[in-house]
Design a protein around this ligand. Structure first.
Ligand code: KDG
Length: 342
């Protein structure tokens, strides 16, 4: 009887030991992994597809390091907005952030190329551009800003919500106060379309919409859904006016202190996380649109003709920002898109 009780009492300890032993088996004996907890932050909530990507990356890093490396995720801008968290990486006080590229153009101006309106036509070409030579060309500019980009994940195609009226043509935007990311290209795009564009950090958007300090904002369906903007917005207009990538950034000062094995694990697992995050983002996009409709949002599609008129209306934004983005970057992007579209 006593031995049975003793065995039962020992079960949790034995379970923990077998887990640790099993994990130790997955990391090669010669691999150099230190016990580390890596803090990663993001502005969206955990039920956004970024949560799926981080979960995949966490399991991958844990398995490759024999349980020694752990990712600790912070959601909803808990460690600051995209720009603030990125600055913490640059100073070496935080390890990782998953951020839109748009708020970072003040740090790496070439990132502005992704904010040019109506640039990508679909996710497939965005993937080819980001995961190919052009994406590496941009990622190679990050170490100069004390940042390392491990992968390109998906924020997605952006659509407009507001509390005043459906937007079916650019003229409908006249006088609508639209929050945009802190980015001059987005500001210029929406001002050119006639809106009263207001730059604002993502974490302030819900309250600003709720208090009617602003009329509208623009984000992908999954962000509108998981950030509950449907609670404070009546109209959703499917504009697909820009495709924003997410960057999976690591602090270069902290990266430089990692072993080659640790860097290899993080790099490989950021790619595994990318594939999962994009898959979930695309699967959830249509579900989010249906959910927004069921929650009472009035949804309108912008016709091809009016989409073309918006496109024509904002061509001046390309000329105006070529200098700040850099001619080489724009030329490379255009050549890459031409290749991808063949
Ligand atoms: O951290 C990422 C979020 O802030 C992301 O949603 C950024 O699309 C974005 C926005 O509108 O600020």
């Amino acid at each position: 009887m006593k031995s049975t009780i003793r065995r039962r009492a020992l079960r949790p300890a034995l379970a923990a030991l077998s887990l640790a032993f099993g994990a130790a088996l997955t990391a090669p004996a010669h691999a150099q992994f230190a016990e580390r907890t890596i803090r990663v932050s993001n502005g969206v909530n955990q039920d956004h597809p970024v949560g799926n990507g981080v979960a995949k990356m966490t399991a991958c890093v844990n398995q490759r390091s024999g349980g020694k490396m752990k990712l600790q995720a912070f959601w909803g801008g808990a460690l600051g907005g995209d720009l603030q968290a990125t600055q913490a990486l640059r100073s070496g006080t935080q390890e990782m952030v998953i951020t839109s590229s748009s708020p970072l153009v003040g740090i790496v101006p070439e990132l502005g190329v992704f904010d040019l309106p109506f640039l990508f036509q679909n996710e497939a070409e965005a993937d080819k551009v980001l995961d190919g030579d052009f994406g590496k060309f941009i990622s190679d500019k990050m170490p100069g800003a004390n940042l390392v980009n491990l992968a390109w994940w998906e924020n997605g195609f952006r659509n407009l919500t507001n509390s005043r009226r459906p937007v079916g043509k650019w003229e409908d935007l006249q006088g609508v106060k639209v929050r945009v990311m802190q980015n001059n290209i987005f500001l210029d795009t929406f001002r050119t379309l006639g809106a009263n564009a207001v730059p604002m950090a993502f974490g302030e958007v819900f309250t600003a919409l709720e208090t009617r300090a602003i009329d509208g904002q623009e984000n992908p369906f999954v962000t509108i859904d998981t950030s509950k903007f449907y609670e404070v917005q009546r109209f959703l207009s499917v504009t697909r006016h820009a495709y924003t990538p997410f960057m999976v950034l690591y602090s270069k000062p902290l990266w430089d202190k990692l072993s080659n094995d640790e860097r290899g694990a993080l790099s490989a697992c950021a790619i595994e996380g990318r594939d999962e995050q994009r898959k979930v983002s695309r699967a959830l996009s249509e579900k989010s649109l249906a959910s927004l409709r069921s929650r009472g949002m009035q949804i309108n599609e912008v016709s091809q003709g009016e989409y073309r008129r918006m496109f024509d209306k904002v061509q001046g934004v390309y000329e105006k920002h070529q200098a700040s983005i850099g001619q080489e970057t724009i030329t490379r992007l255009k050549d890459t898109l031409a290749q991808v579209r063949k």
